[in-house]
Design a protein around this ligand. Sequence first.
Ligand code: GLN
Length: 589
Amino acid sequence: MKYILVSGGVISGIGKGVIASSLGTLMKSCGLRVTSIKIDPYLNIDAGTFSPYEHGEVFVLDDGGEVDLDLGNYERFMDVTLHQDNNITTGKIYQHVIQKERRGDYLGKTVQVVPHVTNAIQEWVERVAKIPVDGDELEPEVCIVELGGTVGDIEGMPFVEAFRQFQFRVGRENFCSIHVSLIPQPKATGEQKTKPTQASIRELRGLGLQPDFIACRSLTPLSNEVQEKVSMFCHVPFNKVLCVHDCASVYHVPLLLANQDVITLLGEQLKLQYRLSHKSALNRWKELAYRFENATRSVQIALVGKYTKLEDSYISVMKALFHAGLACNCKVQITRIEADDLEVETQEKSPVTYHEAWQKLCKSNGVLVPGGFGSRGCEGKITAAKWARENNIPYLGVCLGLQMAVVEFGRNVLGWKNSHSQEFEEDMKKENPMIIEMPEHNTGQMGGTMRLGSRKTLFKTEESVMWHLYNKVEFVQERHRHRYEVNPQFVKDLETKGMKFVGHSEDGERMEIMELKGHPYFVGVQYHPEYLSRPMKPAAPYLGLILAATGKLSNFITNGCRMSPRNEHFDLEYSDTEEDLPELTSSPS
Ligand code: GLN
């Protein structure tokens, strides 16, 4: 097993995750089996109880793990299936060590950070690195480990120390350290400054880790002098000072690294045996980047949610929309709308906000209501669903978005004015609750108690748009994260009026996919298709939304859902050519 440790310096949030997953992509494109581990030095056991405001989206894995959103990056870039143990937190490590202490495993010894915690970290990494992630039984060969936070943080210290020891444990030829640092470019002089990077490397070396590569994040490409300066002051060869300047899209990053010969350099350092020429795989990334930046048509999608101020709160949803756009060769413009701005109360308190929100909604070609928790904004989501339903605007409701669409239908079509979800109206437990609690998933505890992870959804009928979009399969396997569900008691009433539940859980108890008859595209799913969306494999419900919003859906279905290369609008096929594609311009954004 070869380990690549990616650490960060100066500040966090400079794209360490994207660089680490791009390295994984490069290794994969050379035919190696690659896995990844993300370390988050906080005390939470997992990300399940995080507020999307503070930390961005909670990503859900097949095994039900609620993890840091960076694992989503790895899955999307490397097309792998990770497990909850691939996300290490300080909380998990301490819980493990304390449980061992209680069992008496340390035989009367004083339990300390060094060696007990640091050993636990090393054992965890070695164990998890071996778990297959490609859907087969084969052990990975390369493990990318991303250490969250920045070097020097108190929280990260036990991890840095663990990896200082780890390089000797696994042997220097099996371990490579890459430090991602920032080269600021203050506006006043426009000069690229290396001092913060020098300080950060000094700190890292002081802790016993000498970086093999330094990836410099900067606004514009590094000048030769700056690259030389970093090399000299940081004691790293010139060609191992990598330049990762701001690009027009993340799809450039693997290409940017490959252009700096990272594949050969890593191969030499870690004595890697590549099986494939990476050219054709990289050409596909080139094509993706090209499409992303050069699509001529665009489509406007309203994202009606609650955490619209922080972009990371809906990162998988946004990526899934972009992936669907890439498949249709069209640029998806996302308009984020705060759901409560659409509510009547806002009209009274702040008419300008209210009308602006409605204007944004009315201008959109499609509406997406994503998952969510808590009552704030739910009336706004219900209104958005009503508007889309009545005006034949394509609508996709994900999880809470499905539940709100059902409530809306109950209220306005079935005429049950008080209909709501039990999540929001305690007293509605008595009267027509369209959405009810799943009893086995309410244990009174918040952490890890939802219906989580991958479950089967069986199609009940072939008279369904989603069945076509999913390529006429018998069932689909998608990831869940919820406590409430559509009340089966009212399904008959809803179906009589045209709201069809075309996909059910395996036992038939849970309503998983909803479609409205006679509407161009009004779909709700109880699961989260965005977690399995990949740049080259868009999630079917999202693809449907974009196709419908661009007026191409019925044509697409009539054509047998084929993304034919001859039909530019449905061109999903990426070339496998070994030849060089023309260079991309990578303008800063
Ligand atoms: N709050 C709803 C539930 O628990 C929806 C959850 C979600 O959208 N992920 O069922």
